[in-house]
Ligand binder design. Structure first.
Ligand SMILES: [Zn+2]
Length: 344
């Protein structure tokens, strides 16, 4: 990705320490919470809102996060009230502490409808969010059923580990809505492919985009097919919805959920397109002979994958195959309940 150098980090190597808040724009603070994964942190945002504050995203739902929130309540927020809690999407690192924050502050939670309902469904294993449903999809895409470790097969619980509960009430955000925060307008821009109705927030007067997980400065967002929507084309949704940022000024400050605050949204989006184009080309090359999405994994991932990573990697591989299929570049062969792809 030769476009990397066009992304600039105005705070250079600096990132918030636990309990520290870094002012990144007028009335906007950057904080970080720990995550118990290889990706070990999430960025959250505190926005000055009149005499109080609006919080954007909440952190994984564990004690360590809540202790740090208490530091921020006493620190940068100086004991003043929280008026709103905005959640970009339903993934555990974003919504995990929402119920705790709603309870602790009395503030309402704002979410898009698909994200709100997905959080409940993932928490309670309904609507096809159960793991077995996704395992069936992977088996249909070439994973050997006997190779799936029992730890992966174990029913549920993974999501609820980071999301002990989901609030039972919310305020709905929709694409194009303008949230007034601290006298400024923040426009809701919904984007797709990583999550069903992911909200990004754009403040023209501050020239700031809260991009959530949709645009990250170096790593690429997970874009996968899941069991409850086995014919989905999320990579198309992901790439096309990036177009919703095309009108942003070149020097907009981007606040991503992981890694560092940056400028250069357009070169970064161009690099994301190039990244996926390159992977699609490699995959198409591999489809000279019929292959399953499982057999395609080494074409997409050079590193050895652990069981947890394998789940995400399969979703990604199927997503890339579906993209080629819906473009008409590969066709599908079904044999014994297993799907293979071959170039047209
Ligand atoms: Zn996410």
């Amino acid at each position: 990705m030769g476009l990397d150098h066009q992304v600039a980090f105005p705070f250079e190597e600096r990132v918030p320490l636990p309990g520290e808040a870094i002012a990144v724009a007028d009335g906007v603070w950057w904080i970080r919470m720990p995550l118990p994964f290889a990706l070990d942190h999430i960025n959250l945002w505190i926005l000055k809102d009149g005499d109080g504050f609006t919080l954007v995203d909440t952190g994984y739902g564990v004690q360590a996060t809540w202790e740090l929130w208490e530091k921020h309540f006493a620190g940068v927020m100086a004991g003043r009230r929280v008026d709103n809690i905005v959640v970009t999407h339903y993934h555990p690192d974003h919504v995990g502490s929402a119920a705790w924050l709603v309870e602790r502050t009395g503030a309402p939670m704002w979410m898009t409808t698909a994200e709100y309902l997905s959080a409940h469904a993932a928490h309670d294993d309904f609507g096809g969010f159960d793991r077995e449903n996704t395992i069936q999809l992977y088996i249909a895409n070439g994973v050997d059923p006997d190779s799936i470790p029992s730890t992966v097969r174990m029913k549920g619980g993974g999501y609820a580990r980071g999301v002990p509960s989901v609030p039972k009430r919310y305020r709905r955000m929709m694409h194009g809505d303008k949230l007034t925060i601290g006298g400024r307008q923040w426009e809701v821009i919904t984007v797709f492919g990583h999550a069903p109705e992911h909200a990004a927030l754009w403040c023209e007067s501050l020239n700031v985009l809260i991009s959530g997980d949709q645009v990250l400065p170096r790593i690429t967002s997970n874009v996968g097919v899941w069991g409850n929507q086995p014919e989905a084309n999320p990579l198309h949704l992901f790439l096309s919805s990036l177009g919703r940022f095309s009108h942003l000024p070149a020097d907009a400050l981007v606040l991503p959920s992981h890694e560092r605050v940056f400028r250069g949204v357009h070169p970064r989006i161009a690099a994301l397109h190039a990244h996926h184009d390159e992977r699609l080309a490699r995959l198409l090359e591999g489809c000279k002979e019929p292959i399953t999405a499982f057999q395609a994994l080494p074409l997409l991932f050079k590193r050895k994958l652990d069981d947890h990573q394998m789940m995400f990697a399969m979703g990604e591989s199927i997503a890339h195959m579906h993209y080629l299929y819906f473009q008409g570049k590969v066709k599908r062969l079904e044999d014994g309940g297993v799907r293979r792809y071959v170039g047209n």
